[in-house]
Design a protein around this ligand. Structure first.
Ligand SMILES: [Cu+2]
Length: 121
């Protein structure tokens, strides 16, 4: 894992609790995301967020989401590229990790790890 950011890729920072893409849209076709679990953001003792995922979810005609691709299990400081062939439409970049810490369920998505992403024709 890790390595340098691929040329032309869209860097997507993952932190507690946000998904922060460098760009919020792309042209249809081959799109490479570079998912990075950022260093140096605070982790409270029982906060969770030891690992994050990047799920690329495509919005379907009925308004639900289907997965277009994902990177899972990134620990702090880790990064991984994900190349997808994307059609025009509305997407969401999210982290769907749900973890349990000392009996408390922590759904990253509900904590705020989601952001819209648009693919244009
Ligand atoms: Cu997460």
């Amino acid at each position: 894992m890790g390595g340098d950011q691929p040329a032309g890729s869209i860097r997507v920072g993952l932190v507690n609790w946000a998904v922060e893409p460098a760009e919020t849209s792309a042209k249809a076709g081959e799109v490479t995301f570079y998912a990075v679990h950022e260093m140096g953001h605070g982790h409270m003792a029982d906060e969770g967020g030891v690992t994050h995922d990047l799920q690329v979810m495509r919005k379907t005609a009925d308004g639900s989401f289907e997965m277009a691709g994902q990177v899972t299990g990134l620990k702090m400081g880790e990064a991984k590229a994900l190349t997808l062939t994307m059609a025009a439409g509305d997407y969401e970049l999210s982290c769907n990790v749900v973890e349990e810490l000392k009996g408390k369920v922590i759904p990253h998505y509900a904590k705020g790890m989601r952001t819209p992403f648009k693919v244009t024709a």
